[in-house]
Design a protein around this ligand. Sequence first.
Ligand SMILES: Cc1ncc(COP(=O)(O)O)c(C=O)c1O
Length: 366
Amino acid sequence: MRDTWLTLDPQALTGNIAVLRAHMPQSRLLAMVKADAYGHGVATVAPWLQGQVDGFGVAFIDEALALRAMGITAPIAVLEGVFTAAELEAARSAELQLAVHCPEQLALLQAAPVGQSLMVWLKINTGMNRLGFRPADALRACRQLAAAGCVSRIGLMTHFAAADELASNQTDLQLGRFRALQQTLTSEQGSAMPDSLANSAAILAWPETTGEWMRPGIALYGSSPFAEQSAESFGLQPVMTLHSRVIAVNAVQPGEAVGYSGTWIAERATRIAVVAIGYGDGYPRHAPSGTPVLVNGQRCRLAGRVSMDMITVDLGEVEAVPGDEVVLWGRGLSADEVAAAAGTISYELFCRLTARVRRPAYLAAP
Ligand SMILES: Cc1ncc(COP(=O)(O)O)c(C=O)c1O
């Protein structure tokens, strides 16, 4: 059997939750598990999280219903909301919380049968200009929501466009707009509304963005949201490790080229390990020569183009024979470092893993 697999570490997940809670001790934690728990496998990760977090965040309703189907009873917020009356009904019967970000969704709620069962999150566009009502339109939207017969509770949510950019004033600008609106709405409603602002970067770097609910994603899984600060520096540990094995070791002479288009040429006599992983598994095809790879726990470098089923690695002084273990990212080699080498972010590395990667094992017992 082809030996390319990933392992997940539930203790790392628990440690990362503690790191996040220490940054925002007053906030409840909505664990972002959209996109199959950032590629980690929601069926494995969500049951680990249940009991350790206060709720779950997903992008769309099918992801939320899948969580309910696997027995998750905690609050689940659907951050893109629903788009049809049928979805709204399904959300109500599954007791989901819904973001409301546009007039069409507002109209759906206004037309829904009464029953006062829904917690909704009024999504405010404070400057990301992706989803949400602009502050100028939010007061009216909030009044309409309050009057909708199916709504029991309204929260206020916003999302930051650049909380990972510490030198940017974008987060301060967005926060200022949010807090001003929040004050207006709170005095209008006569009581404080639940609020939710912070993603991983905001939790770790912008304490003033604390709200009743924080919404970490990538940091939960042990990666850093910042280009310049490592996950390790925050005490975050990787939940996922991606493994494969050496399937061949070949000697090459100076001047010999390796792989498609011969983009890597040996400068000295060396040995090339061929490893059983490629872009068909989700290893990034754009990872250039020089991208780090661990062979038998020692750092080596990718040499030549990534193929569909294989990569080639310059062993240098490292000893390896077919069957030896390779780590592509995770324990001992940060996914952030590999992502940076490949011109992407660890979010994408995780989400792009394909079904061909086996997921049989845990690093530690759950
Ligand atoms: C609305 C919203 N909140 C929170 C998150 C979590 O962000 P991160 O993974 O950077 O913590 C996301 C992720 O894309 C999001 O879209």
